[in-house]
Design a protein around this ligand. Structure first.
Ligand SMILES: Cc1ncc(COP(=O)(O)O)c(C=O)c1O
Length: 394
């Protein structure tokens, strides 16, 4: 029997690994399931992207290998968007890396910058490809618990000196999945300064840069002085344009860092379907028309979810960004047990904080992936479970 590697066995279970199977079983039993688990909304991509995918897909050239370079039009459009959105200029040929979804790039990047004996700083709870990429590269992740105490920010100065000395990568994601936290500019300035002092690669995961509310405009890390020396930023088409399944994103960084990621990718993939990049061009060009309307839909869902979960007995903050509520549970109610009861007794799927690692215990996550009415119904059911679990607990 071939043995799996120690790297594979060190990987934690993926937070969403068991949910689809259990959901199918519940549906087969006739349960009215409300799935608030994945960050995968029930909304449609921009019409222009659908049309362009169709017209591009029938051009013979589109069916050839894309290689790392991909469509020049995609790089140019991404570069123009970065300029319009953040006021930042990049070189489309040397500073943009097309990705088959940003997850792919984030996890591959560790292979270029970390290896055995190195540490990476991984926020917990956090997106799975930070820990996954680190472990698959043979590096040792240092898990930093994101808690309300630091407003869910990673404070590098709290880390033991021995860890920082060996740290090659720090992963930051603001607006944050799952906590909904945002990063103040003075915080980002501090982190960039420390990363420059310590020669640490700052991986800035900006997947939710366009999903913000109440006038908040998330920055690019490159708006911070000095960031170009040490940072790489990841962007995704997934959430902004409801294109999760299309697998399209990009990394942006100075040429040396972009080239390092592109080199890893040249050994692991041969580019993506070029018609997807063509469609992404159309989506990016529809930004001004599409994104504000889409964000308004998520805002209505956020407002409905906050009101309904509060009415059901939960205390939750109003997130200024992302498509998630990170909801605290009362002391003594383990998040996995709560999520299990909510799924089994009420047919509502949420993600327990402990599924994101020990640092996430005491919370659960819901996603705004269904209508305000269904979110409100889910909250009522969650309130019943909360009551049953806390009855008798003072
Ligand atoms: C924080 C974060 N980063 C990256 C991704 C990956 O997005 P993509 O679909 O571009 O791979 C996600 C998706 O849920 C995410 O939540």
């Amino acid at each position: 029997m071939p043995q799996i590697s120690s790297r594979l066995s060190s990987l934690p279970e993926y937070v969403l690994a068991r949910v689809p199977q259990r959901k199918r079983e519940l549906l087969e039993r006739g349960v009215d399931v409300i799935d608030l688990g994945p960050g995968d909304a029930d909304l449609t991509p921009p019409e222009a992207a659908l049309e362009r995918l169709h017209s591009a897909s029938i051009l013979p050239g589109m069916s050839r290998y894309g290689f790392g370079i991909g469509l020049a039009e995609f790089r140019d459009t991404v570069t123009a968007w970065m300029k319009t959105r953040f006021g930042l200029q990049f070189d489309p040929a040397r500073e943009i890396v097309p990705l088959i979804g940003s997850k792919e790039g984030i996890s591959h990047l560790a292979l270029a910058y970390a290896g055995p004996g190195d540490r990476t700083i991984v926020p917990e709870p956090g997106y799975a490809s930070y820990i996954g990429g680190s472990i698959l590269a043979g590096a040792e992740p240092y898990l930093y618990a994101l808690r309300p105490r630091t407003r869910f920010l990673v404070e590098l100065d709290e880390l033991p000196a021995g860890v920082l000395e060996r740290t090659r990568i720090v992963y930051l994601n603001y607006p944050n999945n799952p906590t909904g936290a945002i990063a103040p500019i003075d915080y980002l300035e501090r982190v960039v300064r420390r990363c420059r002092e310590l020669d640490i690669l700052l991986v800035y995961d900006n997947a939710y840069s366009e999903m913000a509310y109440d006038g908040y405009v998330p920055p690019s890390i490159f708006e911070i002085d000095g960031a170009r020396d040490v940072a790489v930023e990841f962007h995704s088409m997934s959430k902004t344009y409801n294109m999760t399944g299309w697998r399209c994103g990009w990394a942006v960084a100075k040429p040396e860092i972009a080239a390092a990621l592109a080199k890893v990718k040249s050994f692991t993939d041969t580019g993506q379907f070029l018609a997807v990049q063509a469609a992404a061009v159309a989506a990016l060009n529809s930004y001004a028309d599409f994104v504000p309307r889409n964000v308004a839909v998520f805002k209505a869902r956020r407002d409905a979810a906050v009101a309904a979960f509060r009415a059901a007995g939960f205390q939750c903050e109003v997130p200024r960004a992302t498509m998630y509520l990170w909801i605290p549970l009362p002391e003594g109610v383990p998040s996995a047990f709560f999520a299990e009861r909510l799924m089994e007794d009420e047919g509502v799927i949420v993600l327990p904080g402990s599924g994101f690692g020990a640092g996430g215990e005491g919370f659960f996550r819901i996603s705004f992936i269904t209508s305000p009415e269904r979110l409100a119904e889910a909250a009522r059911r969650a309130g019943r479970v909360l009551q049953s679990l806390t009855a008798g607990v003072v």
